[in-house]
Ligand binder design. Structure first.
Ligand SMILES: C=C(O[C@@H]1C=C(C(=O)O)C=C[C@H]1O)C(=O)O
Length: 283
């Protein structure tokens, strides 16, 4: 590879270099497409109807963020690769992205376009629950909605309970940072991915007979957090995220010990460990 510092100085020659690189990048994308064609047969995607492998996607995004340098903003490489990955997933098994626009269409459209590109269809809905219902009714579609729905949205996470109900499969953006151009924190739901799901963080719908502030501390001692809560006929329903190594019985024991007795606990999804980007480094 030529040393860029020793690059030719006239404009036409520099544009010639850019043309060469563009042709190489395009050829590499075509080659990536050929590998995807071979991968379709290995993954047997047509049987499950879903090509998403959120753990693999998170690992790819981490590698990109870790090796990135130079004048091109991270936002740009991140969005380019999200479009590449989202579209190559769509090529394996077509899907639409259903989005809850109850908090405004613009942030959700930004999120869908940034993370899945423009080839994948975008379908707006009135609520997170409508998104979950649309995903339940479709074969391989995805749904996205804001994690912070506010109390009026109700306990939407309970719609994810049950073996065949949709599940949370990812939390986006993968690379969290202040000022992210599509930074609204969203959950991605799909039909259950079974063995293809990543379980670095596991999410439970938990019903507790009464609420105690000590319950939040108990969950945080396990390395988890209470993501959302809502009142439910004298009880409290919470969506709780804990590291994958924490067994449901450990969570129940911790909540019981904080005098917030658990009357029901159901797994409603899982996702990759969160990544944060600050001062040029991923943690
Ligand atoms: C290519 C795959 O399928 C999907 C597309 C990916 C990609 O284009 O890099 C990564 C993960 C999957 O969501 C795969 O499973 O490796």
């Amino acid at each position: 590879m030529p040393d860029p510092k020793a690059a030719p100085v006239d404009l036409a020659a520099l544009r010639g270099e850019i043309d060469r690189l563009d042709a190489e990048m395009h050829a590499l994308l075509l080659e990536r497409g050929e590998i995807i064609e071979r991968l379709i047969a290995v993954k047997k995607t047509s049987e499950s109807g879903s090509a998403f492998r959120p753990g693999r996607e998170s690992a790819v995004m981490r590698a990109i963020a870790e090796r990135h340098r130079g004048i091109l903003p991270l936002d740009t490489v991140e969005s380019i690769w999200r479009v590449i990955i989202g579209t190559f997933t769509w090529v394996q098994a077509p899907y639409a992205v259903h989005a809850d626009v109850s908090g405004g269409d613009a942030p959700m459209r930004d999120s869908a376009r940034f993370h899945f590109g423009f080839t994948v269809p975008y379908v707006p809905h009135e609520s997170a629950r409508d998104v979950i219902a649309a995903v339940a009714a479709a074969r391989g579609d995805l749904g996205i909605f804001r994690i912070d729905q506010g109390a009026s949205a109700g306990p939407w996470w309970r719609d994810l309970a049950g073996a065949s109900a949709p599940k949370i499969i990812a939390r986006l953006p993968f690379i969290e940072r202040p000022g992210h151009p599509a930074g609204t924190p969203v959950y991605v739901v799909s039909k259950p991915l079974a063995d293809a799901a990543v379980r670095e963080e596991v999410l439970f719908a938990v019903r507790v007979e009464r609420w105690r502030d000590a319950a939040a501390e108990a969950v945080s001692t396990l390395g988890g957090e209470i993501v959302c809560t809502t009142g439910l006929a004298g009880e409290l329903s919470a969506l709780v995220a804990v590291p994958g190594a924490v067994e449901p019985r450990d969570l129940v024991a911790a909540l019981d010990a904080s005098r917030a007795p658990v009357s029901e606990i159901v797994e409603v999804g899982s996702h990759a460990a969160r990544m944060r980007f600050a001062d040029g480094a991923i943690s």
